[in-house]
Write a protein that binds this ligand. Structure first.
Ligand code: ATP
Ligand code: MG
Ligand code: MG
Length: 349
């Protein structure tokens, strides 16, 4: 069987390895950090820096195709890898999703609605942007933000200077605050042959900037459900995408607004492990390995809940709760705000 190279050894990489293994495929993880969660289940692991061209070349030569579990892979590393093996999803998806500003203008170019936004290189730009966008806003670093990190909520012009200072000189974008009814996401997949399939949209609740629960089905009208799926397909086709993509959306009284995209399997797609015959991890592996996509139809209603930090104390109880599927990432150390695992609670079998 083929070997899938995976950049990044966190829990997403780990669950990709499990899915690949079940299809008789091998996996090779590339990860700079020690003791990556994926290391326990991958067939091989390279521990090296993204600056180490020799290690990158050896990694690429040992695999058939390269994919990734996070979008912030240094461009220089991608330049080395792409001369040796296909990178799926492709470079364009990475380039766009590594920078919130590029991402927003790309989404707009597809005719999709995003929150009003402005590039914020300096404090003068922030003052000017707040005059047009309005004071109620969020300042976000253009790059490297996740789990709500690198963001400052602004309610009033008097808070602008502190918000700008909190960016610590990093390039930023200002977004108008969207008064959404609720949040959803669509996990979609596109095969090498161009077939597209979408998992049922999930409804997401965040706590302290971190995803707390995803519930399927989302409480969406049929027409918004269709809109959500068409938006995801539009993005996949525009990027000539191969693999799984996560699209986060705000639901508002006037329709859907795209928050952000992630060119990879997504935390809000973990429910598919117990709600579908073929889950997001298998769908991604199928796509990057050049297989046909599988049956991602939802067969149950599910609530996914992340187990974060001390939630690990609930594991003994959850392990014996009916209709609860427990997924743990094997992380040695519990830290506040750290994603340790998740549960999928089947609501209507
Ligand atoms: P992730 O971990 O999903 O990558 P992130 O750090 O990239 O998160 P965002 O998705 O941009 O952050 O924002 C996190 C959450 O903050 C959103 O899911 C939403 O609840 C809220 N939020 C972000 N932008 C806006 C906005 N413009 N208006 C209202 N709420 C927002
Ligand atoms: Mg994000
Ligand atoms: Mg997000």
């Amino acid at each position: 069987g083929a070997t899938i190279g995976i950049l990044g050894g966190g829990q997403l990489g780990r669950m990709l390895c499990v899915a690949a293994s079940r299809l008789g495929l091998k996996t090779h993880i590339f990860e700079p950090g020690a003791q990556p969660p994926a290391g326990d289940v991958a067939h091989s692991v390279t521990t090296a820096s993204y600056d180490d061209a020799g290690a990158l070349k050896a990694f690429a030569n040992s695999v058939d195709v390269i994919t990734y579990e996070f979008e912030n892979i240094p461009t220089s590393a991608l330049d080395v890898l792409e001369t040796l093996k296909p990178i799926r999803p492709g470079r364009e998806a990475l380039r766009i999703s590594q920078d919130r500003l590029t991402e927003k203008s790309f989404l707009e170019s597809l005719g999709l609605k995003v929150a009003p936004y402005a590039d914020i290189p300096d404090m003068a730009a922030l003052d000017a942007a707040m005059a047009t966008i309005g004071a109620a806003s969020i300042l976000k670093t253009r790059r490297f933000g996740y789990d709500g990190k690198g963001q400052a909520r602004i309610m009033d012009v008097s808070e602008a200077a502190d918000a700008f200072a909190s960016m610590a000189g990093a390039p930023a974008v200002l977004e108008g605050f969207v008064d959404f009814s609720f949040e959803i996401s669509v996990i979609a997949a596109r095969s090498a042959g161009g077939d597209v399939t979408c998992f049922d949209p999930g409804q997401n609740v965040h706590r302290d900037g971190i995803l707390h629960t995803t519930t399927v089905p989302a409480k969406l009208s049929a027409s918004l459900r269709t809109d959500a799926v068409l938006i995801a397909a539009n993005i996949l086709n525009a990027l000539d995408y191969i693999g799984v993509l996560g699209v986060e959306l705000f639901v508002t009284p006037t329709g859907l607004i795209v928050n952000e995209i992630a060119p990879r399997v997504h935390n809000s797609g973990h429910w598919t492990q117990n709600g579908c015959v073929v889950d997001q991890f298998e769908q991604h592996i199928r796509a990057v390995a050049g297989w046909a996509l599988g049956d991602g139809k939802r067969h149950s209603d599910v609530e996914m809940e992340n187990l974060i930090g001390d939630d690990m104390n609930r594991v003994p109880e959850l392990a014996t709760t009916p209709n609860v599927a427990l997924h743990l990432y094997g992380k040695a150390e519990v830290k506040p705000g750290r994603k340790m695992g998740h549960i999928n609670r089947i609501i209507h079998p």
